[in-house]
Design a protein around this ligand. Structure first.
Ligand code: PMP
Length: 334
């Protein structure tokens, strides 16, 4: 079983899938024409889903949030400009920076992979980046990020500040999103994805919310008609059933919290997580443990942090299978 790339392991519910198929079938009837290059209906659906008083003018979308972030770097980065992230963080940031000729700057975190307002401000002051990217919650560590840190980073930065909220829906219920910080902050961009909580990774839909002027800048770098009519129809269909699509989020949070609890019980050191995965330390030989789990049919992720491995919270049965396989390897401390 694949618990390695933080997918939602629950499939799209049958009735939602049937509605999406019907909408895609209608869209096929018009594929001789180019799609709506402004993907207006999708932006309306996304604005409605996000709430917070956002309108379609605040919304942008692309083929996955990787493409959204790439477009941000094409628009605001490039030769002579720099991007600061706080490592360890999402491995695509330095690659997207490199692909757009943007210099990657690796900032430091506090103990336990946390990021306090003071540390974020100190690193921004030290490295003076053109763009700052904050991953909240952070991949691969799972660490949630406080709004205080985001606001302080915004005040300290002179350029665009991107908050990558790919895993936001897995935060504890009632925890505020960086979306609440958008009013009055025209340099703030909040990116999201339908790949995780929405169980839509294969459809490739990422999006962002920002000031309309920032959204306009992305229009300059996107390829014409970058979002296919089929993608637009499928995403609008999924968003029309957002409650049902997100129905498994509560169950995934339960399995995430169970992983943290039971990994500690097995003698490992799991880190605090607001996402659908858990990073755990105390692994003497991550490569050997990874291989031993794989031999039992459980695929997790060696993210290259010494003494650590990362596992995605799956269904209850998948989580049980992972924990059982790990327990069979013996206690790391015994
Ligand atoms: N941001 C983070 C933090 C991620 O972990 C991922 C996927 N692993 C992405 C962005 C990109 O996801 P997608 O392109 O599927 O939207």
């Amino acid at each position: 079983m694949a618990l390695n790339v933080n997918e939602n392991t629950h499939p799209v519910p049958d009735d939602v899938a049937a509605d999406i198929v019907a909408r895609v079938a209608t869209a096929i009837g018009g594929v001789n024409r180019y799609p709506d290059r402004e993907f207006t209906e999708l932006r309306e659906s996304l604005a409605h889903y996000l709430g917070h008083g956002l309108t379609p003018e605040n919304i942008w979308a692309a083929n996955g949030s990787n493409e959204v972030i790439q477009q941000i770097l094409q628009a605001f980065g490039g030769p002579g400009r720099s991007l600061l992230g706080f490592t360890p963080t999402y491995s695509m940031y330095p690659l997207l920076a490199s692909g757009t000729g943007t210099v990657w700057l690796a900032g430091a975190r506090d103990a336990e992979f946390e990021l306090s307002p003071e540390t974020a401000v100190a690193e921004i002051t030290r490295l003076d980046p053109d763009i700052v990217i904050l991953c909240a919650p952070n991949n691969p560590t799972g660490t949630p990020l406080s709004l205080e840190t985001i606001a302080a980073a915004y005040d300290a930065a002179r350029g665009m500040v991107v908050v990558d909220e790919a895993y936001a829906e897995f935060m504890p219920e009632g925890e505020p999103s960086a979306l609440t910080l958008l009013p009055g902050r025209p340099r703030l961009l909040v990116s999201r994805t339908m790949s995780k909580a929405f169980a839509f990774a294969g459809a490739r839909v990422g999006y962002l919310a920002a000031d309309p002027a920032a959204v306009d800048a992305l229009r300059l770098v996107r390829l014409p008609y970058h979002l296919s009519a089929l993608t637009q129809a499928a995403a609008v269909g999924a968003l029309a059933h957002s409650d049902e699509m997100l129905g498994m989020v509560g169950e995934i949070r339960v399995q995430r919290d169970r992983l943290v609890r039971e990994l500690a019980g097995l003698g490992y050191r799991p880190h605090r997580s607001g996402s659908n995965f858990v990073l755990f330390g105390g692994v003497a030989d991550p490569h050997a443990t990874f291989e031993a789990l794989l031999a039992q049919g459980v695929l997790i992720r060696d993210v290259g942090i010494p003494g650590h491995l990362r596992v995605t919270a799956g269904t209850e049965a998948e989580t049980t299978a992972f924990l059982t396989a790990l327990a069979s390897l013996g206690r790391p401390d015994g």
